[in-house]
Design a protein around this ligand. Structure first.
Ligand SMILES: *[C@@H]1O[C@H](CO)[C@@H](O)[C@H](O)[C@H]1NC(C)=O
Length: 316
């Protein structure tokens, strides 16, 4: 009986394995070359201070499309060599040649490095595919260059401008891309996300990418979340997740508001430099630099942001 009670009490936590995966920033030196030496410290910080086990590298936050192919390969080497975290690598570039090259590079490194657990790719955004099949035709050789790794499509229409239906895309991807394991879904269209979840084959899952409405992503059936704010609000994110799975929706919503308040604190500032500034404020200095056309915060913007975060009690 006592055993049964214990079992029942621990059921909510046994039943969920929802993971928060930060999309990591790229640390720069003051001349905007990559500061590879910061990466082990960054990984340790995420693991020890933010309760993180897996990171998403070379994505939007990592400014991947502002990096050269050789820099991205060296980032893969450096992240693979750190000793704290599993990694998923975003491999696409504007040129399909570079995307395939990076994918096969990651595959090769992963054969002797178990830290690498998957790849992801997004659509190019200058020349865009005009149908779901065109998108599949672009992604297929990229996915098959890493046949040993799970592949996920990175859906981020706010950046790519793509209007292709994710439900049609997923149906085609499931039949045509062997290692297709799901979508990193960075969009607020939850109706479509739900349709994708309902039509998913066994093993195909969805990473939710809108931190400000994480709670609705969980409710819609996403199995993990990839986002920027888990770099510095991992424990708060996990409070949303655990409250949700404990059926305590009031607490989950309150904690969700906590993330929203921090996002509101940087307001109209560019998200990436603002969050790099926050990383510095919370004790993980990645350098304030970002590559043009992004620009880093001015000293005034930095102080104002710090002030706003103090006002909401975030830096206590
Ligand atoms: C840490 O993460 C695990 C899942 O990996 C979660 O169950 C737990 O609640 C988290 N703890 C904190 C303090 O955030």
């Amino acid at each position: 009986m006592r055993f049964l009670t214990l079992l029942l009490l621990s059921l909510p936590t046994l039943l969920f394995s929802f993971e928060l995966i930060p999309a990591v920033f790229t640390p720069y030196n003051s001349d905007l070359t990559i500061d590879y030496e910061k990466i082990q410290d960054y990984a340790t910080f995420l693991s020890e201070k933010q309760n993180i086990t897996t990171v998403f590298i070379s994505g939007t936050n990592g400014e991947s499309l502002s990096l050269s192919l050789s820099e991205r390969k060296q980032l893969v080497d450096t992240w693979a060599a750190q000793t704290s975290l599993k990694i998923i690598v975003m491999v696409s570039a504007e040129s399909i040649v570079d995307s395939i090259s990076l994918s096969s590079y990651v595959s090769k490194v992963s054969s002797s490095n178990p830290n690498i657990i998957g790849i992801a790719a997004m659509s190019p955004s200058f020349f865009k595919p005009s149908s779901a099949q065109d998108l599949i035709d672009y992604l297929s050789p990229i996915a098959s260059a890493s046949p040993n790794l799970d592949f996920r499509y990175y859906h981020i229409p706010s950046m790519t401008g793509l209007t292709i239906s994710m439900t049609s895309f997923q149906t085609l991807a499931q039949s045509q891309i062997k290692n297709f394991k799901g979508i990193k879904y960075t969009d607020t269209d939850l109706f479509t996300l739900r349709k994708c979840v309902r039509n998913a084959n066994e093993g195909v899952t969805h990473y939710f990418g809108k931190d400000e409405i994480l709670i609705t992503g969980i409710q819609t059936g996403a199995k993990s979340a990839v986002g920027s704010t888990y770099n510095f609000m991992g424990p708060l994110g996990y409070e949303i997740v655990t409250s949700f799975f404990d059926n305590d929706f009031e607490t989950a919503t309150e904690k969700q508001d906590g993330i929203v308040e921090v996002v509101e604190a940087w307001g109209d500032l560019e998200g990436i430099p603002a969050q790099k500034a926050i990383m510095e404020m919370v004790g993980m200095d990645l350098g304030r630099g970002v590559r043009p056309p992004l620009r880093s915060l001015t000293d005034d913007e930095y102080s104002e942001l710090e002030q706003s975060l103090k006002e909401i009690g975030f830096l206590d």
